[in-house]
Ligand binder design. Sequence first.
Ligand code: SF4
Length: 348
Amino acid sequence: MIDFRSLTRKGFEELAIEMGLKAYRGRQVFRWLWRPGLGGFSGISDLSAGMRERFSQAGYITRLKVIAERRSVDGTIKLGFGLADGLMVEGVLIPERGRRTLCVSTQVGCAMGCRFCHTAEMGFVRQLETSEIAGQVLSVIEHLGEGFRPKNLVFMGMGEPLANYENLIKAIDIISDDLGLGFSKRRITVSTCGLVPEMLRLGQEADVGLAISLHAPDDETRGEMMPVNRRYPLAQLMAACRAYPLSPRRRITFEYLLLAGMNDSIDHARKLAKLLRGIPSKINLILFNESPGLPFVAPSMDQAAAFQKVLMDAGYTVIIRKSKGQDIAAACGQLYVDMQGYASATQP
Ligand code: SF4
């Protein structure tokens, strides 16, 4: 049986031809599948009953059910999506200046082991299917209504997106297809902790924005925080950033989590300014969310401002971000841990 929501438009056209139908029949079904509110094949009103029956015998429609919801005082909404095997992933809808950004998950758990991240504590559980990645976007619109349709999508939720490369690329194809979910690729950003070969592929195969979870300006500090740095040290990571094809107005976003005494000194800021020289960059400084079980503390606001000033004086665009949704554990690195508690409390 085919997981229909894991098929791109091209995949559907090929399937139609295999079924002895015209390719446009495949396109027709593809378009229906990504309309919010489709209940099943019986809802595809412009296919004959016989054809609906043939499609329904060839495969199934994956649906993500929202099994948990929390709303922050700052407007952030965290949703827990139930998967067919009983597992759950999360999406976080973040309001910002009248727009909404949806943070999408790509894996259940994560194998990357970043020391500041709660998701890492889960370890890797499994990859999300294409239907489960793109399905989070559809499910948000269905659950909250068209008025909550996100403007921007960031693959920055649970998991390392580029470690699920094939499914991610297909999901982006569906999400950006005007017969699919119709998002502009300019509004889609993929975040990575630095899987260099897949970054190079992404640059060739998808015209989407890139964000790097950088968090340190030298190999020694980064290696202590992020095991991936041993596989792909900064020299390789920066070379991949320089090779990433960017359209004229686009920049790479560098995420930098400030951890007191670890990576927040003026010297670190100067090294960072040097490291990024020549790369069209935007730097997000993120104040760490102190959390039980994680061995780090947040720096003072003065320290963060001094760090920011060094970078701004060097000519960079630098924003200090306070994580949104801290009161509902939806902030960076907080996904999963708290979710489990309230998911079990709200499940029917
Ligand atoms: S920060 Fe991202 S890549 Fe690192 S462990 Fe957490 S989810 Fe994985």
